[in-house]
Design a protein. Structure first.
Length: 317
């Protein structure tokens, strides 16, 4: 099957690619990777200044036409406007990349206002669903493709991420179902990244207490622990290559796929390990967990984390 895909590797030169969450992280570098291949781009994000910088860089890297759309994918009317502006400007849509996402950390029983977690599902799940719904007729016309950024968290029961994990599992199930509903007219590539350098792995989280985004790299260390963090540039290149081949799934870094085998064949051992490493006494800080102490004692983050993860310069809007 891989050989057949390689023979039919898609040329995206001149094609129209819509990317949500394009102002940073994987979305930003997907814009650059598509730009280098000559694609015309629609870049969507909430932060206008950051998004404008990405637009300029994408143009410099070879995209012949870049449309910037400031929007919030958690709002259904914004998602409709995104697709409408795309069609009004380009007249077509070839690839829809559902990348926008946020994360949260915290034990469910310690959440003082559980409703603050709605933002996770609204952005990660509904943002993709809304945009996909409005894009369907245009993707059918072009025999286009959908790329959805789920996560290895869709199958890994990582503590302190229950709502985030659920949002990514919902995406996985949703787009596997849509693949059947759409048939061969719209191809779907589901991406399940492990830890990749981004604002999320730099320590940007939604906190349930007040619903505000914070940056806490100590908390990040407790969560990521001694897990290698992959290059965002390498991840973006792997994703675009995978989409152009017509792959159904991609896990990046590739080695992270072994965690699915753990989940299937030794779930009790996996759960025991997570509980040992991540779960602390009720009321105690996550920074007291063994997962954090491993880094404190070994300094492993200096080897396992890219340089970008050591920077405190992360926007919290």
């Amino acid at each position: 099957m891989l050989g057949v895909n390689l023979i039919h590797n898609e040329n995206v030169n001149g094609k129209v690619v819509l990317i949500t969450g394009a102002s940073s992280g994987i979305g930003e570098h997907l814009a650059y990777e598509y730009a280098k291949r000559g694609a015309r781009l629609v870049l969507v994000g909430r932060r206008e200044d950051s998004l404008r910088e990405v637009v300029d860089r994408a143009s410099d890297r070879g995209s012949p036409d870049v449309l910037m759309v400031r929007a919030d994918v958690s709002k259904v009317e914004d998602c409709k406007r995104i697709v409408d502006e795309t069609i009004n400007h380009f007249g077509r849509l070839d690839h829809l990349v559902n990348n926008a996402g946020i994360t949260s950390l915290g034990m469910l029983e310690e959440a003082t206002d559980i409703t603050n977690f709605r933002a996770i599902m609204d952005t990660n799940f509904w943002g993709s669903v809304y945009t996909t719904r409005f894009a369907i007729p245009h993707l059918r016309s072009s025999k286009g493709k959908i790329v959805v950024l789920s996560s290895a968290a869709s199958w890994l029961p990582i503590p302190r991420q229950s709502i985030y994990n659920a949002s990514k599992a919902a995406l996985l199930s949703m787009y596997e179902t849509l693949r059947i509903e759409f048939g061969p007219n719209i191809q779907i590539t589901i991406v399940t990244p492990g830890y990749i350098e981004s604002e999320l792995t730099q320590g940007k989280f939604l906190m349930s207490d007040d619903g505000e985004m914070i940056v806490d790299q100590d908390l990040r260390d407790a969560q990521v622990s001694a897990t290698p963090v992959g290059s965002v540039e390498g991840c973006a290149k792997a994703i675009v290559n995978s989409v152009c081949r017509g792959d159904r799934y991609l896990t990046e870094p590739e080695w992270f796929g072994v965690t699915y085998i753990w989940k299937v064949f030794c779930p009790e051992l996996l759960e025991w390990g997570y509980r040992l490493m991540y779960v602390t006494r009720p009321g105690s800080s996550a920074k007291e967990a063994p997962s954090k102490k491993i880094l404190d004692y070994t300094g492993a983050e200096n080897v396992l984390y890219p340089e970008t993860l050591h920077s405190p310069e992360v926007k919290t809007d």
